[in-house]
Design a protein around this ligand. Structure first.
Ligand code: ADP
Ligand code: MG
Length: 628
C-alpha cells in the first residue's frame, strides 16, 4: 500500500479512510458502540442535573444483523440529535475529526498497531459500508432527522420517522465486508471490545432453560424460553471500590477476563487513583513458570471500559507485563506512537505508580503473612527479580521482601542472610561470600561439603539470577556470590589459616606432571591444594566468573565482552594431603598409576555430572575390573 503526500480534501476522504485503516476495519463497531454509550451517558448526566426533563429509565444499546438486507443496525436510547446537531456534529465535527486523523497519520502504516487506538469515530463506518444512514430523535422536543450518505461527499438530510428518543445507525455493508453480517463475527467483536462497557448491549436472543413444572413426567423435555442476549457486564470489578469486593469476587472476575485459565491467580492488586491522573484496574499475579515465553493471556488496557489493546508495552513497566488483569485510564494518549508514549510524562507517572503499588502490595503480603509469602515465592520470584534488575526504584523497595532461599528450605531477606552468615562466611579481606547452588541434585556433593563447614548454601535457580547477583555485587560493598562448585571451598572463602602441605615442592611438581600426562587434550587445568586430609582427593570446579558470564549471555544482556560462544572451563582440584594422592605419587608402575588417576578423575567427573556416554561405559567396565 502506497503512502505519500496526501492532500486531504472532501473529495477523497472516503477512499482514504478505507485504505488507511485496511488492517483494522473491525474497530468501526467499537467506535459506533462508543458513540452510542456516550450518547446514553450524556443523557444520564443531563437528566441527573435536571437539564433534560425526560425519564432516563433503563436504556440499552441494541445491535441487529439483517443478513438478507445486508444491513447492520446500531440502536441506542441516548440523547439523540436535532437537525442542527446532525449538521454540526456529523457534517462538520466528525468530518474534521476524520480529516485531522488522516493528516496526522499519513505515515501511520509505518507504526502499525496504534492506528486502531485512535478513535476515527463515526466515519470509520465507511470502512465497511458503502452507505450509512442515521435516524435520530433528540430528547428535545423536535422532529426526528434522517441523514444518509453513500460515501460520496454529498449527503442527504430529511425529516425522519422515529418516535422514540435515541439514534439508529444503519450500515449498508459493502461487498468486501460481508464478514460483518455474520452473527459469529459480530459476537466475537462484541466480546473483544465491549465486554465491560457501561451500558447493557443486546445482541439477539438466547434460549434459557426453565425448571420443569412439578407435575412433569420423567422424560418430558424441560421448558425453554427465548430471552434477550446481553453481551456485556456493565459493572466490572475494577470499577468498584476495593471495600465492596471480597477475595472471591476478584477470583470470579479473573475467570471472566480469562475464561480459558484454569489456574487461580496467587493474589491481586487493586489500582485506584484519581490524582494526578485517572487510573483504575486490577492486576493479578499468576503462577509463573521459569519459561518466560509462555505468555498468552496478557494485561488488557481499557479507556472508560472500552477495550483498547492487550499490548501494554510502554505503559506498564516491562517486568510487570508478566502479570494479568486490566488497567483502565482515560489519561493514556493512544494517538501517538509507542516510542513517544514511553517519553510521555503522564505515562511515566502511571508506570511508576503501578510499580509502587505492586511493591507496596508485596511488602504488605510479606509483612502480614510471611509463611504464605514464602510458599508463593517460587511462583513470583521471577517477576520480583526481573523488577529488581530493571527498575532501580523497585530494587530499593524489594530489599524488604525479596527472599533468598537456602537448600534447607529457609527463606531469608538479604539483611537476615547477612546477619546469619557474616561470622562464618567473611573472608580474610572482609568480603562476605554467599554460597549458592543452582541445582540441588546435580551439585549435591559440593553442597554437602559446604554444609560440613557450617556454611549456608542458597538455592538460586531462576534463569536471570546471574544478572541479579551481578547487580547485587556492584550495588553492595564487599559482597560476592559463589556457586558451591566454583572452586575448592577454602578458596571460595579464604581464611587466614592455610593448611600445611604434606608434599614437598619436588613431589608436587612430579605429581602435576603425572596428572597432566594422563589428562587428554588438557581438558582440565590442574590445581594442587593442601586441604583437610578427609576432604575429597579430586574435585572438578567451574570458575564462577566465566560460568556466570556464559549464563548471562544465554539470557541476554551479558555479552559485554563480545565473547562468542564461550567454552566451558573446568579446573581439577587435587587435594595433596589426601592419602590417595600420596599413593598415586608413590606408585612406581606407570600403567597402574595411570589407572588410578583415570579412575579418580572419573569419580570427580561423576560427581559433577560430567561423565557420560562412552566414557561412562568405560568407567563402569574399569570399576568392575577393579572390584574383582
Ligand atoms: P467523537 O465521538 O470522538 O466525538 P465521532 O466521530 O465518533 O467523534 O462522533 C462525532 C459526534 O457525533 C459526537 O461527538 C456526537 O456529538 C455525535 N454522535 C455520534 N454518534 C452519536 C449517537 N449515537 N448519538 C448522539 N450523538 C452522536
Ligand atoms: Mg466517537
Amino acid at each position: 500500500m502506497a503512502t505519500g503526500k496526501i492532500n486531504v480534501s472532501v473529495d477523497n476522504i472516503f477512499p482514504l479512510i478505507k485504505k488507511f485503516l485496511y488492517s483494522d476495519h473491525e474497530i468501526f463497531l467499537r467506535e459506533l458502540i462508543s458513540n452510542a454509550t456516550d450518547a446514553t451517558l450524556k443523557l444520564k448526566h443531563l437528566t441527573s442535573i435536571g437539564e433534560a426533563k425526560v425519564e432516563y429509565g433503563n436504556p440499552i444499546i441494541e445491535i441487529k444483523v439483517d443478513k438478507e438486507g445486508k444491513k447492520l443496525h446500531i440502536i441506542d436510547q441516548g440523547l439523540g440529535m436535532t437537525e442542527e446537531e446532525v449538521k454540526k456534529y456529523i457534517n462538520e465535527v466528525a468530518f474534521s475529526g476524520a480529516e485531522e486523523f488522516l493528516d496526522k497519520y499519513k505515515d501511520a502504516e509505518k507504526d502499525a498497531g496504534i492506528i486502531g487506538h485512535f478513535g476515527l469515530g463515526f466515519y470509520s463506518s465507511f470502512m465497511v459500508a458503502d452507505k450509512v444512514e442515521i435516524i435520530t430523535k433528540s430528547y428535545k422536543d423536535e422532529p426526528a432527522v434522517h441523514w444518509s450518505c453513500d460515501g460520496s461527499p454529498e449527503f442527504s438530510l430529511k425529516k425522519g420517522k422515529k418516535e422514540e428518543r435515541g439514534t439508529e445507525i444503519i450500515l449498508h455493508i459493502a461487498e468486501d465486508s460481508t464478514e460483518f453480517l455474520e452473527d459469529n463475527r459480530i459476537s466475537e467483536l462484541l466480546r473483544k471490545y465491549n465486554k465491560f462497557m457501561p451500558i447493557p448491549i443486546k445482541f439477539g436472543t438466547r434460549t434459557e432453560t426453565l425448571p420443569k413444572p412439578e407435575d412433569a413426567k420423567e422424560d418430558d423435555p424441560a421448558p425453554t424460553q427465548e430471552v434477550d442476549n446481553f453481551v456485556n457486564n456493565p459493572n466490572p470489578a475494577w470499577t468498584k471500590q476495593p471495600t465492596e469486593l471480597e477475595d472471591k469476587d476478584y477470583k470470579e472476575f479473573y475467570r471472566e477476563l480469562y475464561p480459558m485459565q484454569f489456574e487461580e491467580p496467587l493474589f491481586h492488586i487493586h489500582l485506584n487513583v484519581d490524582y494526578p491522573f485517572n487510573l483504575t484496574g486490577i492486576l493479578y499475579f499468576p503462577k509463573l513458570t521459569n519459561d518466560l515465553n509462555i505468555q498468552k493471556d496478557r494485561i488488557q488496557l481499557y479507556q472508560n471500559q472500552v477495550f483498547v489493546t492487550d499490548n501494554v508495552e510502554g505503559i506498564v513497566p516491562e517486568f510487570l507485563t508478566m502479570l494479568r488483569g486490566v488497567i483502565d485510564s482515560p489519561d493514556i494518549p493512544l494517538n501517538v506512537s509507542r516510542s513517544y508514549l514511553q517519553a510521555d510524562g503522564a505515562v511515566k507517572k502511571i508506570s511508576s505508580y503501578i510499580t509502587r503499588k505492586v511493591a507496596d502490595k508485596l511488602n504488605s503480603l510479606f509483612k502480614n503473612d510471611r509463611e504464605e509469602f514464602e510458599k508463593k515465592w517460587n511462583d513470583i520470584k521471577i517477576v520480583i527479580e526481573y523488577g529488581m534488575l530493571s527498575e532501580d526504584k523497585f530494587f530499593e523497595k524489594a530489599e524488604k521482601f525479596a527472599l533468598y532461599p537456602t537448600v534447607d528450605g529457609n527463606y531469608y531477606t538479604f539483611e537476615e542472610l547477612q546477619e546469619k552468615v557474616k561470622a562464618n562466611q567473611t573472608d580474610k579481606d572482609e568480603k562476605l561470600i554467599l554460597l549458592y547452588a543452582s541445582n540441588q541434585e546435580e551439585q549435591h556433593s559440593y553442597i554437602e561439603a559446604a554444609k560440613a563447614k557450617g556454611y549456608e548454601v542458597l538455592l538460586l535457580d531462576s534463569p536471570i539470577i546471574s544478572h541479579l547477583m551481578q547487580k547485587l555485587e556492584t550495588s553492595k560493598e564487599k559482597l560476592s556470590f559463589a556457586r558451591v562448585d566454583a572452586d575448592h571451598l577454602d578458596n571460595l572463602i579464604k581464611k587466614e589459616d592455610t593448611q600445611i602441605s604434606k608434599l614437598s615442592d619436588e613431589e608436587k611438581e612430579k605429581l602435576k606432571t603425572n596428572l597432566e600426562e594422563v589428562i587428554e587434550d588438557k581438558k582440565y587445568t590442574v590445581q594442587l591444594e593442601s586441604m583437610d586430609s578427609d576432604a575429597s582427593p579430586f574435585i572438578i570446579t567451574e570458575p564462577e566468573f566465566m560460568r556466570r558470564m556464559k549464563e548471562m549471555q544465554q539470557t541476554g544482556g551479558g555479552g559485554m565482552f563480545g565473547m562468542g560462544n564461550m567454552p566451558e572451563m573446568y579446573n581439577l582440584i587435587v587435594n595433596t594431603n589426601h592419602e590417595l594422592v600420596s599413593e598415586i605419587l608413590n606408585t612406581k608402575t606407570a600403567k597402574k598409576r595411570e589407572r588410578l588417576i583415570n579412575q579418580s578423575i572419573d569419580l570427580a567427573r561423576l560427581s559433577k555430572g560430567l561423565l557420560k556416554g562412552e566414557e561412562l561405559t568405560n568407567f563402569i567396565k574399569r570399576s568392575y575390573e577393579m572390584v574383582k
